[in-house]
Design a protein around this ligand. Structure first.
Ligand code: NDP
Length: 400
């Protein structure tokens, strides 16, 4: 018997909402609250007659802490699932602290005016959450999220020490547009146009954007070019996994995406510096978002599969061990099930599972934690149950 307050009504939220409604035993009631209430009502109308989960909706500006506190005090949820944007993380955490409610998100805080995402702002809340006796689970989507659970599982079952991790995120899907992003365009473009980086011997090594390229043959997808990016889970995994010498993150991109991105960058459209236009201040990247296809409309058009996972290299009983753990997800199957493509699906399912872990007491521990700091086993079981089954390979091809 528990109540979840879901903040946001975009692509990822849609999947979280569908999945909570499938898992009515844990989520007996949900409230969908977002900036645009009509989007919340649309989900309620679609699902209310197909689930025993009781659905209510509300309008909220998640940047306004008193408004959030009033909503939480009125609804009295057992957990707040933040699937709005990373800019809202700290405001929602402040509201959870004030009301004594557990918290979960899928992306770490970044200030709106600097595309710099790191955990320090949220880790700073650790003591206050401990004192308040409430749990915050950070980054519980796929990457970050499942990649952390995979790392904890590898560490627990197969390694004494893990020396190398390569996270490989492959989207073999095709939406038929020359250029579109699979999740919020503003957040996506900020991520891929930033400098790349990885951790080696305890230090960050910075690269130019898209400087390091590799090719990998992905199970059920085939051969793809992939590029080294900075990614938020590198920071927490380098601390929480024992023996790390190097950890990298690679994402696949097609040539059409890269050519368009380069062109948009060259003409200044990806900039987050405000400019004056007809007497109004506008941010070019936000304007670009307004003209690009809305990611939540890509579902019906996207065909193909994603393959996301981690290759681990390390030692067990003094012997070298290589281990690859990954999930393959089909865009069209996701669309048939919940009306979204696989990028939203692979993010929303883990967020629902993470919230259920907290609500059922399996991941309840006061403080602020990344997912790899919890017991991975019950989460791994739930991945198989809720649509993201995983595959193990003990002889993977390694990335040089
Ligand atoms: P969308 O842009 O589709 O949805 C964001 C939602 O948040 C919208 O409904 C928006 O409202 C709402 N929102 C924005 N600002 C506010 C505010 N101030 N108050 C209330 N509501 C607000 O994004 P996605 O669903 O694609 O992404 C959601 C999150 O998931 C992001 O943080 C993203 O970084 C993360 N993510 C994580 C991944 C992972 O694997 N860990 C992968 C992909 C995404 P409105 O509808 O009015 O615009």
């Amino acid at each position: 018997m528990s109540k979840a307050l879901i903040i946001g009504a975009g692509g990822v939220a849609g999947v979280v909402i569908h999945k909570c409604c499938q898992n009515s035993e844990v989520f007996t009631e949900i409230c969908i609250a977002s900036r645009t209430k009509s989007k919340c009502d649309k989900f309620k109308d679609e699902l209310q007659n197909k689930t025993t989960t009781k659905i209510t909706t509300a309008q909220v500006d998640a940047d306004n802490v008193p408004e959030l506190v009033a909503l939480i005090n009125e609804y009295k949820p057992d957990i707040v699932i933040n699937v709005a944007l990373p800019y809202q993380d700290l405001h929602i955490m402040d509201a959870c602290l004030e009301t004594g409610v557990d918290y979960l998100d899928t992306a770490n805080y970044e200030p709106e005016d600097t595309a710099k995402f790191e955990y320090k702002w949220q880790w700073d809340y650790k003591e206050r959450f401990e004192k308040a006796g409430i749990t915050a689970v950070l980054g519980c989507g796929f990457d970050p999220g499942v990649t952390g659970v995979f790392s904890a599982y590898a560490q627990k079952h197969y390694f004494d020490e893990i020396n190398y991790i390569d996270i490989l995120d492959c989207n073999g899907g095709d939406h038929g547009y020359p250029f579109a992003t699979n999740f919020n365009p503003e957040i996506n473009i900020r991520e891929v146009s930033a400098k790349g980086s990885y951790i080696e011997d305890g230090k960050w090594v910075e690269t130019e954007p898209m400087e390091i390229k590799r090719t990998y043959n992905f199970d059920q997808v085939g051969e793809k070019d992939m590029y080294l990016l900075h990614h938020e889970e590198l920071e927490s995994l380098a601390i929480n996994i024992k023996g790390i010498k190097r950890i990298r993150f690679f994402m696949t991109f097609g040539q059409s995406y890269l050519t368009h991105l380069k062109c948009l960058e060259n003409v200044g459209m990806t900039s987050i510096e405000p400019i004056e236009y007809e007497g109004k201040s506008i941010v070019p990247l936000q304007f670009l978002k307004a003209v690009l296809p809305d990611p939540s409309t890509l579902g019906p058009r996207t065909v193909g599969k994603t393959n996301i996972g981690c290759i681990f290299q390390g030692k067990k009983d003094g012997k070298p061990v290589n281990y690859y753990l990954y999930n393959v997800c089909d865009h069209q199957e996701c669309y048939k099930e919940v009306g979204s493509q696989a990028i939203s699906y692979t993010t929303g399912v883990p967020a629902m599972i993470g919230a259920s872990m907290v609500l059922t007491g399996k991941w309840k521990k006061p403080g602020v934690y990344n997912v790899e700091e919890f017991n991975p086993d019950p989460f791994m079981d739930e991945l198989n149950k809720w649509g993201l089954p995983w595959t193990e390979n003990f002889e993977p091809v390694l990335v040089d």
